[in-house]
Design a binder for this molecule. Structure first.
Ligand SMILES: C[S@@+](CC[C@H](N)C(=O)[O-])C[C@H]1O[C@@H](n2cnc3c(N)ncnc32)[C@H](O)[C@@H]1O
Length: 264
């Protein structure tokens, strides 16, 4: 059900038009982006939502866009008092504090796809690992050695907790990805790289830690018209594009793309 139909008897038609199209539910926490003109209606919106979704215990209002390297937004609590939850995805369980660590359900298909692509026996690195949403499904599905790296201490703590909750193990490294060439003495058969916005530079940085014939799953943000030039650039830099797809919009006209790359 949409927020619009939930609130059609509570708000004026002008205000109904200002309601966001969607909302996100992570575990038992709902996140709604209520715009400033609906400030005085925020508790009515939350109340109506909670009668519709009885499984939701906390309702948060997203105040600002996701910013900073930890990729977390600012929130106001409208209902409830807890910002930590347990969320199920791809047969795994993830505990996280939505105010301290990043999570987006939009990448669920991709995380499953990468877990299926990985091969037994590989040495895998997940950069920007967050709370383990790429790493844990890979480790649970395949017999791999796997390392997760993130520079957010809270993300690394939840990653450790989530490994335990999912009865599996991995190496966790709390570090800045820009240092990877001095951190690792080994090379990796597969590198998963959900790089932050505007950080294509990491594709050059990982070259020295990729095994011959190894794969990189590289996530980047582009406008459609930029793709032909970007593909040309990748080939010029010595990458074979095995597969690529559009993973959906992140902003008007800006999409997240994934490129599965093999070193030439
Ligand atoms: C968009 S989130 C992706 C999290 C996770 N892979 C997922 O898809 O749910 C980006 C992650 O990269 C981490 N990060 C950002 N810049 C970093 C850097 N320079 N070095 C290491 N980690 C970084 C953030 O802390 C955050 O957990």
């Amino acid at each position: 059900m949409s927020l619009h139909s939930l609130l059609k008897d509570k708000l004026s038609s002008e205000k109904l038009l200002l309601l966001p199209k969607g909302f996100e539910v992570i575990g038992d926490i709902a996140i709604i982006s209520i715009p400033p003109p609906l400030e005085e209606d925020k508790y009515i919106i939350a109340q109506e939502f909670s009668t519709f979704r009885k499984d939701v215990k906390t309702i948060l209002r997203k105040l600002h866009k996701i910013e900073g390297s930890a990729r977390v937004a600012d929130f106001e609590i409208l209902i409830g008092n807890r910002t930590t939850t347990r969320h199920r995805e791809n047969g795994c369980i993830f505990e996280l504090d939505v105010t301290k660590t990043f999570y987006s359900g939009k990448m669920q298909y991709e995380r499953d796809r990468i877990a299926n692509n990985a091969k037994d026996g590989e040495n895998v690195l997940v950069m920007f690992a967050g709370v383990g949403t790429f790493l844990i499904p890979i480790k649970k599905n395949k017999n791999v050695t796997i390392t997760g790296l993130d520079n957010n201490l809270d993300a690394c703590r939840f990653l450790q907790k989530n490994l335990e909750l999912n009865h599996t193990m991995a190496n966790i490294i709390l570090a800045d990805a820009r240092q990877i060439n001095s951190i690792f003495e080994t090379t990796f058969d597969r590198i998963v790289m959900p790089a932050p916005y505007g950080q294509d530079i990491f594709l050059d940085i990982v070259r020295s830690i990729l095994s011959p014939g190894g794969y990189v799953h590289f996530y980047t943000f582009k406008k459609d018209f930029e793709i032909p030039h970007f593909k040309h650039l990748l080939e010029e830099k010595g990458w074979n594009i095995d597969f690529f797809r559009d993973c959906g919009n992140v902003a008007p006209r800006v999409k997240r793309y994934v490129f599965d790359l093999k070193s030439k």
